[in-house]
Design a protein around this ligand. Structure first.
Ligand SMILES: [Zn+2]
Length: 395
């Protein structure tokens, strides 16, 4: 009996992985990362990639159902191999999957599905009265091989659907968190309780579960945990816990809640809408990555938005209309000032109308629709006078 984990590094394969948790960090395949980063990485998977992963996983699920229902065929095994290789190709360079040992994944595919192995499966099934995986006699070597085979396939089905479902839940949670502005441990805890305690959210989560095999999106991961003794980067001995995961979802949920408990969270950038990762309660509002639209970091865009080089006023949209109206309003004002018989408007009405005209001109520089559809109308002299009177409460 083993009471304490002694292997220095846990496994990092999709179908069998164990992660060491120490303080507010975890170790996967020898790499040390902050709690919560897995959830964060999932939030930032490009939407098109995520959809491809989900669809390919669904295809593998169909093949898995065929494996259970049909008798052995080379065609089916080759299709399963191709689909798994397609999934690896899709995910191998994106986080969080790139933290895993991708080389080993290819090795496992070889071990189970190489042409020579398929030849072997074919021979084994040919010797059975019913050549189906569910009729392999227990206690045989082939039975053990079939277990490995099905666990391996299932790990990929889980990976695809769990990532997709978890993404939706995490997205809803962190978008709401950003909107509410909660960013210290106490506020995070209160918000988490309220969010996951809501009937609406619970019902929505229940509806997420698509297929028979990927059922039960759960926030209560059933995991096997053991104490582990590790060395930190300074060579000091540390006691942590090694958690063995049988399914991606369990890892994701553990990462998210352990991360929140440590005060780590993802925050949606107010400029580019991507998520950035925070391990403190500092109130950073914008990410520091380079914004493709401006070629400077979002934080810089935000800081300098008001100070960006201004366009010259005379180059603005509808400047001639503005110039004409400004002149005519000043003319009206001076008629009143000089007590001319043709004077029609009070001084304060003229001043207000000039102020409004300036505001309309500014709006026309920013709002395309306003400039095209409304600006000219608003700048007509009688309309400006009427608007000014209405603002001043005059008849
Ligand atoms: Zn940004």
């Amino acid at each position: 009996m083993r009471l304490i984990e002694t292997k220095p590094v846990g496994d990092a394969n999709f179908y069998k992985f164990s992660i060491d948790f120490v303080d507010d960090k975890f170790i996967i395949g020898g790499k040390t990362l902050p709690l919560g980063i897995i959830t964060h990485d999932i939030l930032n998977i490009p939407a098109d990639k995520l959809l491809s992963v989900f669809k390919t996983g669904d295809k593998l699920n169909d093949l898995y159902n065929r494996l259970n229902a049909e008798n052995y065929s080379d065609e089916l095994f080759i299709k399963i191999r191709e689909t798994i290789l397609k999934i690896i190709k899709l995910i191998k360079k994106i986080k969080p999957f790139s933290y895993f040992c991708i080389k080993d994944e290819y090795n496992h595919v070889e071990e189970l599905f190489a042409d020579s192995k398929i030849e072997m499966w074919k021979r084994c099934f040919a010797s059975m009265p019913i050549p189906n995986i569910n009729f392999v006699p227990e206690g045989t070597a082939m039975y053990d091989n079939v277990i490995v085979l099905t666990e391996f396939i299932k790990s990929y089905i889980y990976l695809c659907s769990d990532t997709f479902n978890f993404y939706k839940v995490a997205m809803m949670y962190f978008v709401n968190l950003t909107e509410n502005g909660f960013r210290d441990k106490v506020l995070l805890a209160g918000f988490t309780k309220e969010f996951f305690g809501s009937e609406q959210v619970l019902e929505w989560i229940e509806e997420l579960n698509a297929t028979e095999i990927t059922h039960n999106f759960t926030l209560e991961p059933g995991v096997w945990m053991a104490p582990v003794v590790l060395k930190n980067k300074d060579g000091l001995t540390m006691l942590g816990r090694r958690i063995h995961f049988d399914r991606m979802l369990n890892f994701y949920v553990t990462d998210m809640f352990e991360g929140l408990a440590a005060g780590h969270y993802s925050w949606q950038c107010g400029i580019c809408n991507k998520f950035f990762f925070m391990t403190t309660a500092h109130k950073q509002l914008y990410c520091s990555t380079v914004n493709p639209e401006y070629s400077v970091p979002c934080a810089y865009v935000a800081k300098n938005k008001l100070n960006m080089p201004k366009q010259k006023k005379k180059d603005g949209f509808g400047h001639d209309i503005w110039q004409k109206r400004y002149n005519s309003l000043r003319n009206e004002k001076s008629k009143t000032k000089n007590g001319l018989p043709s004077a029609k408007y009070d001084i304060d009405v003229c001043d207000k109308a000039i102020e409004l005209a300036k505001r309309h001109y500014d709006d026309a520089q920013i709002y395309f629709d306003y400039a095209q559809n409304q600006y000219e109308q608003d700048m007509i002299l009688v309309n400006l006078i009427a608007e000014a009177k209405s603002v001043l409460g005059k008849k």
